[in-house]
Structure formats: structure tokens, C-alpha cells
Design a protein around this ligand. Structure first.
Ligand SMILES: Cc1cc2nc3c(=O)[nH]c(=O)nc-3n(C[C@H](O)[C@H](O)[C@H](O)COP(=O)(O)OP(=O)(O)OC[C@H]3O[C@@H](n4cnc5c(N)ncnc54)[C@H](O)[C@@H]3O)c2cc1C
Length: 388
């Protein structure tokens, strides 16, 4: 049975539709868009038409929600075509889930219907120039006064900064609080005076999608901007949101790994040396066998975490394991796909070099893999081992 067989028929259709979109509309143009570093406006519009931006929005707010397993598999499909497309909807999904879990009714009905259609898109702003791993040390401050909040500080590496009408901003509403996490809130922020996209960051891969620095200089946010309406809950809220984010990154890694394996397999079947297809050389055959094995293991680990999430369980450890293993796997598969392509692997006329540039983002983003290991071991000690 293919992996899709685990989904009910309606969700299978959703993933199959995205797969078809990738094969017919993404694959033919991806190399050109990648090398021009062009924002994929037309493809994003098509993703809106396909309803992709509403897949994490409850039906009551105009979305067509799917299970986490379905979400993982369709994200894999998008990333198989172009990791940038899957990345462009990552933060959006996390913010939709945050609103669903923690938003006030007013916040949900204000933002979710527009997010469901992609009419506005959302991103999350956590990382600061001073560091992204230690979120409790962040320095962006929102001070309350009679007119709401006055926000000052800066954020970096924020995906889709200009194109996101809604930014979930992690900041301190009580900078003196101890422990520090009690002073952290998530503010739902919109573009306006005092918020500047101050710089576009040049990068190795993840082309076509903007990654920017944001500067807040006396930016005004309304008094009801705090997610859930109560200050001091932002750290716990974002930790929950990152469970979804890390599953999304694991799924992106699966997509990059799968694309690299598919290309390497096709190449190894047609490229000949010493009078036979190169897959028949034991070294190359071993690479391919190991790539397929580790990719399958990564997908099972990711789907295990997704199923646990669908049952309403806390999945910080499971999502951390999936993100850690799938991203390291994608990196190894991309490297081996490059080796299998020989000199062509180093050519920008093939896609393999793109996988090799895209794979490392999944190792670093949404919490580095060192941080995932910290999460996994903390939870392991807390639980006293693995549940088997
Ligand atoms: C292309 C791209 C897109 C991104 N998009 C977003 C976005 O949309 N929103 C957002 O908020 N952020 C985004 N990020 C930021 C990303 O989440 C951070 O880069 C990441 O969390 C690491 O933070 P840092 O770069 O500050 O590294 P640091 O925190 O400075 O860490 C540096 C090194 O030290 C290690 N380290 C730090 N602390 C520990 C520890 N306790 N134990 C072990 N090792 C440790 C890290 O693992 C890393 O190897 C993006 C990053 C990139 C590259």
C-alpha cells in the first residue's frame, strides 16, 4: 500500500491534486524561478485556488481542514516540487493553528476567514539578531499604555515579511518577569507606521521566498492584539505552535529527500559506465538502497508524530524526532544524489544542486537540530523513557 492509503478517500484526493499541480505546473518552471530568485506569484495564486492556505483553518471560519497526516503528505508533495512553495505556507499554518487553539473569538473571526482563502497570509516572528535558540532571552518589547501597545525591537530571518498581512510577534510585555517566560506574549501585529522591513537577507537556498529583518520603532499595536487576550502566555503558546512547525519542516525535508532520490534513481538507470547502468555498480546501488531506506524511516517517524497530534496528544518530542531525523536524512540523500550525478550534480542545469542547497535549511530552521535533541532528551527524562 502506498503511504497515501492511510488517508480517507477525500484526503487522498487533496494530496493527489497537489501532486498533480506539482508535476504539471511546478516542475516545468521551478529551475527558472529558482535561478532568477523570483517570488512565485502565479504558483502561490494557484495554491490559493487549490485551497492550500485554508487547510489548517476550521470549517466554521471558511477553511477546509485536513488531518495532520494529510497536511504532512501534501507538504511533502509541494516540497518535492519546490521547497520554497512548502516554506511559503509553513508560518501561515502555524499561525492558523495558534489562532484556533488560543485566539479569542474576536481574533479568530477577524483573521481566520481571510487566512482561509489566502486573502491575507501570516508569518511568525520569533528570531532576533541576538539569537533564535534562546527565545526567553528575546529583547523586543511591547509596552502597554492607554492606547494599546508600543512595540520596539528587531526580528530577523522572517519569512514572507512583506507579503504577510498578519505577523505573530513573540515579544516581552513584562521584561522584568522571572522566570522570563512569564513576561512573554504573542502579539498579532499588522503592517503600519513604525514597522519597517529593514533588510532582505541573502541566502544559500530557499530562493524566491523573502527572508527579512524587521524593525519595530514605536510601532502601535491595539490593546486586543495579545493572542488569547491574556499577557504572559506567549512562550507556552509558541511551543505548542512549533509542534506543527516542526512537523511541517520534517515534511519539507521528506519532499526534498524524495525529489533527490527520484532524480538519482532515474539518472542511475540511464547513465552508463563500464558498459552498464551505474546503479549496477555496487557503490551506487548501496547509496540508492540506503537513501530509500532512510527516507521511508523518516516518513514513518513523521507520520507517527502526525497521528499522535491528530489524537490531541502533546508531540514536542515526536515532532522533534521527526524534524531531526527527516532533515538529517534529506541532507544525506541530497549529498548522495549529487555524488550519483557525478559532474552533472554540480551543474545548475540539473535540480540536484538545488536540493543540496535547500536541505540544510531544515537542519537549522524552526529550532536547530541541536535544540531538537535538547527537547527530546528533556521529554525522555520527564517521561522516564519511551512509551512502547
Ligand atoms: C531561511 C530561514 C528562514 C527562517 N524563517 C524564520 C521565520 O519565518 N521566523 C522566525 O522567527 N525565524 C526564522 N528563521 C530563524 C531560525 O529559526 C533560526 O535561525 C534558528 O532558530 C537558530 O537561531 P540562530 O540562527 O539565532 O542560532 P543561535 O541560536 O545563535 O545558535 C547558534 C548555534 O548554537 C547552537 N546552540 C544554541 N543554543 C544551544 C543549546 N542550548 N544547546 C545546543 N546547541 C545550542 C545552535 O544549535 C546553533 O548550532 C529562519 C532561518 C532561516 C535560515
Amino acid at each position: 500500500m502506498s503511504t497515501l492509503g492511510i488517508l480517507p478517500p477525500d484526503e487522498r484526493l487533496v494530496v493527489a491534486t497537489v501532486r498533480d499541480f506539482v508535476d504539471k505546473e511546478v516542475k516545468p518552471v521551478v529551475r527558472e524561478l529558482e535561478h532568477a530568485d523570483t517570488y512565485p506569484e502565479a504558483l502561490i495564486e494557484r495554491m490559493k485556488e487549490l485551497g492550500v492556505f485554508g487547510l489548517a483553518v476550521p470549517e466554521a471560519y471558511g477553511g477546509t481542514p485536513v488531518s495532520t497526516s494529510c497536511y504532512v503528505l501534501l507538504t511533502e508533495e509541494l516540497a518535492r516540487g519546490w521547497m520554497s512553495l512548502a516554506g511559503a505556507m509553513g508560518g501561515h499554518t502555524v499561525v492558523a493553528k495558534l489562532l484556533q487553539h488560543f485566539g479569542t473569538e474576536e481574533q479568530r473571526s477577524r483573521h481566520l476567514p481571510r487566512m482561509a482563502t489566502g486573502g491575507i497570509r501570516a508569518t511568525m516572528a520569533l528570531t532576533e539578531p541576538g539569537g533564535g535558540s534562546d527565545l526567553q532571552a528575546l529583547r523586543t518589547v511591547a509596552r502597554k499604555d492607554a492606547d494599546g501597545y508600543l512595540v520596539n525591537g528587531s526580528k530577523t530571518w522572517i519569512t514572507n515579511s512583506r507579503r504577510s498581512g498578519l505577523i505573530a510577534l513573540l515579544c516581552k510585555t513584562d521584561p522584568g518577569a522571572t522566570p522570563a517566560h512569564r513576561g512573554i506574549s504573542l502579539l498579532l501585529v499588522e503592517h503600519g507606521p513604525g514597522l519597517t522591513v529593514s533588510r532582505d537577507l541573502p541566502k544559500l537556498g530557499y530562493k524566491g521566498v523573502e527572508s527579512c529583518e524587521l524593525t519595530f520603532s514605536d510601532h502601535r499595536a491595539p490593546a486586543d492584539a495579545v493572542l488569547g487576550g491574556v499577557e504572559g502566555r506567549g512562550f507556552a503558546q509558541i511551543m505548542k505552535g512549533l509542534e506543527t512547525g516542526r512537523l511541517q519542516v520534517a515534511a519539507r525535508a521528506l519532499g526534498v529527500g524524495r525529489a533527490a532520490l527520484e532524480d538519482a534513481l532515474a539518472y542511475a538507470r540511464t547513465r552508463e559506465s563500464f558498459g552498464r547502468p551505474i546503479w549496477q555498480h555496487q557503490a551506487i546501488g548501496t547509496y540508492l538502497a540506503d537513501m530509500a531506506t532512510s527516507l521511508t524511516a523518516a516518513r514513518q517517524l513523521t507520520l507517527h508524530a502526525a497521528r499522535e497530534a491528530d489524537q490531541g496528544h502533546r508531540v514536542d518530542m515526536e515532532a522533534g524526532m521527526a524534524k531531526l531525523f527527516a532533515s538529517e536524512t534529506a541532507m544525506q540523500i541530497a549529498l548522495n544524489a549529487l555524488r550519483i550525478h557525478g559532474g552533472h550534480g554540480y551543474s545548475t542545469e540539473f535540480d540536484v544542486e538545488r536540493y543540496f542547497r535547500d536541505a540544510p535549511l531544515m537542519i537549522v530552521g524552526e529550532g536547530t537540530n541541536e535544540i531538537q535533541r535538547n527537547v527530546i532528551v528533556s521529554r525522555l527524562v520527564e517521561r522516564g523513557g519511551l512509551d512502547v
